[in-house]
Ligand binder design. Structure first.
Ligand SMILES: [Fe+2]
Ligand SMILES: [Fe+2]
Length: 229
């Protein structure tokens, strides 16, 4: 399989993965939700949001391509909010949390679910210690490419169950556009390294590993949001 065919087939696999259409996401999109339930989701998910750039900073020095810094730069600019930290992605996310009535202490104090901690630990460790192609599989196909599909469910649930304005949940809507662009940037790098079967195997391994942890993360949220709320 050539590089482009491989990338397309991996994206196809990711877009049908059970983590991307998890029962939690379907329930969040369609069931009646209380503010408390949305807050529980919001606070756990924030733990993932605030750490994401660390996966990129772990990974970047390991990538052999000379233009990797320049390519990552575009994504970093979006993540850090370009010219103002007030529009960094974690800052936009905290704006969402505030609009749910949460105070600063709430996101400082939140106890991560075991699945949330496991997700973060595994992603930090893999992006730091595994081969760079595994890391690219994690941040590219399993994050940038997968996130728009998952966020569609989240946005439906927020719209149906709150009076939040478009501005309040901008974090989610903007990622549907931005992450599609980020996926294209990562694919540019990925394409050079997946001409071989060995390269394809590593890349896919990273993507599937990340999605397996994502599935567990949604399982944890399903329990916390729907069973103990
Ligand atoms: Fe982001
Ligand atoms: Fe992104």
């Amino acid at each position: 399989m050539n590089a482009q065919t491989f990338i397309k087939s991996l994206e196809e696999e990711v877009s049908h993965h059970e983590a991307v259409h998890h029962p939690f996401l379907k329930r969040f999109a369609t069931e009646k939700l209380t503010l408390k339930q949305i807050q529980i989701f919001g606070l756990q998910h924030y733990q993932l949001v605030k750490i994401f750039v660390n996966y990129m900073t772990n990974l970047l020095p390991k990538i052999p391509d000379k233009d990797a810094v320049a390519l990552f730069r575009t994504v970093f600019d979006d993540e850090f909010g370009q010219h103002t930290i007030f529009r960094s992605h974690p800052a936009l996310y905290r704006h969402f949390l505030k609009s749910l009535g949460l105070e600063d202490e709430a996101w400082g104090r939140v106890k991560p679910l075991p699945e949330t901690s496991q997700y973060i630990e595994a992603h930090l460790q893999q992006t730091r210690d595994a081969a760079f192609l595994v890391g690219l599989g994690i941040v590219g196909p399993a994050h940038e490419f997968a996130i728009p599909s998952m966020f569609e469910y989240i946005i439906s649930g927020i719209k149906a169950n709150t009076t939040l304005t478009d501005d309040d949940f901008e974090y989610f809507t903007m990622h549907i556009i931005e992450d599609k662009e980020h996926a294209v940037i990562f694919n540019k790098l990925i394409a050079r390294h997946v001409e071989t079967e060995a390269g394809q195997k590593q890349l896919r391994e990273g993507a599937m590993l990340s999605l397996a942890y994502r599935k567990k993360f949604w399982e944890g949220l399903e329990r916390a949001v729907f069973e103990s709320a």
